[in-house]
Design a protein around this ligand. Structure first.
Ligand code: SF4
Length: 718
């Protein structure tokens, strides 16, 4: 048998690790990291090493399905399925208007480098603003917070130059993610070792002793949900001791807002913060001094704090820490990431002024508005269920699983069942696909050309990569961009990308679409194609001086922040945001957690991953388990003010007491978890899409959820 090897990169998550794939007669046989790659040096994770199982899986959907009147699925040809979907969409638009058609691009869809851009352009073409993505499920404050304060034109200090780094609820060793200036998922273990060897100090704030925290110089383990209090406490120490960057603040911060911030957080004394967060007072002071006394290096959050109560305030206080300590690249500095796929724009050492964080169309619910061209996911269920102008009747889900990922599982399922048309693009029969009217089977990563469009702006070096399809897909399969193009052809609506409209008279190739999506790339696509896995020495952005007339400054107290700081100070705990919270009952906090072997709902369908675990264990401190007479593998009921899930208990000595730590986006369509040992349970069932939401961006509190924990009755020996 003739075999060949091809170089490509993994697209199971956004990290884009280069891999070498062995192929025999168009079948992927094995995959390994590329040792010669100058940035990743051969790094891959366990998920990426499952690519052969994923692409060859017997369980993979290789044909398209349509739900029959009796609720079963039957195979439908690609052409007929697309014809029927286009016809139904036209009928819906005729009856309700174009705003009745929505789409959701999930984590899976995001990995396809043309999927979201094509979906956005398709929406514009039909005149619907109802576009949703996974960005508004977990970390919207990372978008809205800098818009409220203003941003720095040359970015935060590079991780490679840092002598200090503060990570709040961020565990890049597992998530392969850090905000800009943080430790990226490009060989993170080695990069951290090297940074520590050079003397970098690491402060980690996390209720769990994570893989990152095990390298920390200071690890603070607060009660979950108290991040704003702890961060306000760190700021207060820095102000009290006057060890912030006065020169930077004098030049770039609106003085009245700095003074208001200092005054407002002076209440968060080390004594108060220590008591409320249950963290040693001396350690709080030590962490504040260590951060402020560092020369270079920033602070950043991961998913946990972005899903916890007061997520906008948490992100705001992180920005304040970076601003008052002047942790931004200055004139003459190099910006580590090349940003080659996006338009060339000078990096200026000045403030980009604050602007309206939510300038998009209004939602019909909770006074929320769209931002970054999207609408907030927390309103989607109500937009479907509530009759009247603007009601959504059709939803296209591209590589996502809202049944287990969206907040408020019960409400989400009611909404999905209420639709006139639900179309899902997925290679697996997910919980959401089970509810669909049509399921289209997509081409998988190795079957399409791509660029690392998410990492491009985060790579810790001016690095480019590109891949063509390394195996040929079966002809019926359809890429995400291709689905929208096919529907556009049938509805005769345009798909206008930055480089021009997609032709509707003939089918473009992946590469033609990439060229149109990335037409304004700093490095032309032809050059990127010739520079696969290359670091371009000397191509870093050199930070330019500020415009002489620049007068913009950071606003450290934008509208609403004072109110929220007051609210936090008035609370005993962040859990008070929840109506129905009872401190005598909800004595635990459920926190979200990433796992090495799965990415949200993706992974458990793969045999080697399933052999490790088929459930998202409810991890608890062994001491708590002992007190509650819970043993490993016992079933436990976990109840929030909103609902109950059943989890499988597992002891984890890295956790502080009072916590249940679970991965999200597991489980199925059942609301009673009969199969929890086989498929897990969705923590989203515990959340409410209508209460305890962030007033700016609609983020639902999905971590640090107040819960009661009890041994499931049938297993209780009491
Ligand atoms: S970190 Fe992400 S991109 Fe890299 S091998 Fe793992 S899943 Fe693939």
């Amino acid at each position: 048998m003739v075999s060949s090897t091809s170089q490509t990169f993994c697209r199971i998550c956004h990290a884009a690790c280069p891999v070498e794939v062995e192929i025999e007669e168009n079948k992927v046989i094995s995959v390994r990291g590329v040792k010669e790659d100058p940035l990743f040096k051969g790094y891959t994770c366990i998920k990426g090493r499952q690519i052969p199982d994923q692409i060859n899986s017997q369980e993979r959907l290789r044909f398209h399905l349509k739900k029959t009147k009796d609720g079963h699925f039957e195979e439908v040809s690609r052409a007929n399925g697309l014809d029927e979907v286009a016809k139904k969409l036209e009928e819906i638009i005729k009856q309700y208007g174009s705003g009745a058609v929505a789409s959701y691009t999930g984590t899976g869809g995001y990995q396809s480098s043309c999927a979201l851009a094509t979906a956005e352009a398709w929406h514009k073409g039909i005149g619907s603003h109802q576009l949703y993505t996974s960005v508004t499920i977990d970390q919207p404050a990372k978008t809205t917070a800098p818009m409220r304060t203003g941003a720095w034109g040359a970015g935060i200090h590079n991780f490679r130059d840092s002598d200090i780094f503060l990570a709040v609820g961020n565990n890049p060793m597992v998530s392969s993610y850090s905000p800009l200036g943080g430790l990226q998922g490009t060989d993170p273990f080695t990069k951290m070792r090297e940074a520590k060897k050079k003397g970098m100090k690491l402060i980690v704030i996390d209720p769990r002793e994570t893989e990152l925290a095990s390298s920390a110089d200071i690890h603070l383990q607060p009660i979950p949900g108290e991040d704003p209090t702890l961060l306000a406490g760190l700021l207060n120490v820095i102000f009290e001791k006057s060890i912030y960057d006065h020169n930077f603040c004098d030049e770039w911060v609106e003085p009245s807002t700095l003074n208001s911030l200092i005054k407002s957080i002076s209440r968060f004394t080390p004594e108060y913060v220590s008591k409320r967060c249950d963290v040693d007072q001396g350690a709080i002071i030590e962490a504040a001094l260590m951060f402020a006394n560092g020369e270079k290096g920033g602070a950043g959050t991961g998913t946990g704090p972005s899903m916890a109560p007061h997520s906008s305030l948490t992100e705001h206080l992180i920005i304040c820490l970076n601003v008052i300590c002047g942790r931004y690249n200055r004139e003459g500095d190099l910006v580590e990431s090349g940003n080659f796929l996006y338009p060339d724009s000078p990096r200026l050492a000045q403030v980009i002024p604050a602007k309206d964080p939510t300038p998009g169309p209004p939602s019909r619910f909770r006074n929320l508005r769209g931002y970054r061209g999207q609408m907030p996911c927390s309103t989607l269920a109500d937009e479907i269920l509530e009759p009247g102008e603007g009601q959504i009747r059709a939803l296209i889900v591209s590589g996502g699983n809202p049944v287990v990922a969206f907040p408020d599982q019960e409400l989400t399922m009611s909404a999905l069942k209420d639709l006139d048309l639900l179309v899902v693009l997925d290679h697996r029969m997910t919980a959401t696909a089970e509810l669909a009217d049509y399921i289209f089977a997509p081409r998988l990563a190795l079957e399409r050309a791509d660029v690392p469009h998410l990492m491009d702006r985060w790579f810790a070096a001016p690095y480019t990569n590109y891949t063509d399809a390394v195996v040929e897909a079966e002809s019926e399969l359809i890429a995400e961009w291709e689905f929208f193009w096919e529907i556009a052809c049938r509805m005769n609506t345009p798909i206008a990308l930055s480089g021009g409209e997609l032709p509707l008279d003939h089918k473009p190739t992946d590469d033609e679409v990439i060229d149109l999506v990335y037409s304004e790339a700093r490095m032309p696509m032809d050059q990127i194609r010739e520079n696969r896995g290359i670091i371009h020495a000397g191509k870093e952005y050199v930070v330019q001086p500020a415009d002489p007339g620049c007068t913009s400054k950071f606003n450290l107290m934008p509208d609403g922040i004072q109110v929220e700081i007051d609210q936090v100070f008035a609370e005993v705990t962040g859990a008070e945001l929840w109506p129905g919270f009872n401190p005598a009952i909800h004595t635990f906090r459920l926190i979200s957690r990433r796992l090495k072997d799965v990415l949200n709902s993706l992974g458990t369908e793969l045999p080697k991953i399933a052999a490790r675990s088929t459930t998202n264990y409810a991890y608890m401190s062994p001491d708590d388990m002992k007190d509650l007479k819970i043993s490993d593998d016992d079933l436990i009921d976990i109840s929030s003010p909103r609902s109950t899930i059943t989890g499988v208990a597992k002891a984890d000595k890295t956790l502080r007491r009072g916590i249940v730590s679970m991965a999200h986006s597991w489980g199925g369509t059942s609301l009673t978890d009969e199969k929890v040992r086989d498929i897990g349970t969705p923590t989203s069932r515990l959340t409410s899409a209508r209460e305890a939401i962030d007033p700016i961006n609609g983020m639902v509190v999905s971590s640090a959820i107040p819960v009661q924990v009890q041994l499931t009755k049938e297993f209780s020996t009491n």
